[in-house]
Design a binder for this molecule. Structure first.
Ligand SMILES: [Zn+2]
Length: 139
């Protein structure tokens, strides 16, 4: 057995998982380096066993994972809301720009059914917003 073979087994031995075979024990008796490594590993195990540990509450990881998912969902909804607001603003600006350019080019806009056009635009906008929220709840 080589020192490398022994080094792989030292930590389990120090932790109390199994004990050296007769061949490994013979190597340990003859090799000061491996004896020292085993002594250090045993000392570390003893120190860890005596250390204060903080008990983890039950379902801790569940709660952390749920909070992380909620956080990510809120960020996504906020991003969608900002996107919808920006697109709505852009649509209003585009509509006003079209209106102004038509009016300044001499087109008579007084005969247009403004109420019906506004109502249709508002309905389309609301349907678009609602469809955005619908995809949100499906995620
Ligand atoms: Zn050795």
């Amino acid at each position: 057995m080589t020192c490398d073979d022994i080094r792989d087994l030292i930590e389990p031995w120090a932790a109390g998982d199994g004990s050296p075979s007769t061949e490994a024990a013979a190597h340990l008796r003859a090799c000061a380096s491996c004896q020292e490594a085993l002594a250090i590993a045993t000392e570390i195990e003893r120190a860890l066993a005596g250390a204060d540990t903080v008990p983890i509450p039950s379902r801790f990881t569940d709660r952390v994972a749920r909070a992380a998912r909620r956080e990510r969902s809120i960020n996504r909804e906020l991003g969608d809301a900002i996107f919808h607001a920006a697109m709505s603003g852009a649509l209003v600006i585009a509509g006003v720009a079209v209106w102004l350019s038509l009016a300044s080019s001499g087109v008579d806009l007084s005969s247009l059914p403004l109420a019906a056009i506004s109502l249709a635009a508002a309905a389309a906008w609301l349907a678009w917003l609602w469809s955005g929220n619908e995809t949100l709840t499906q995620r």
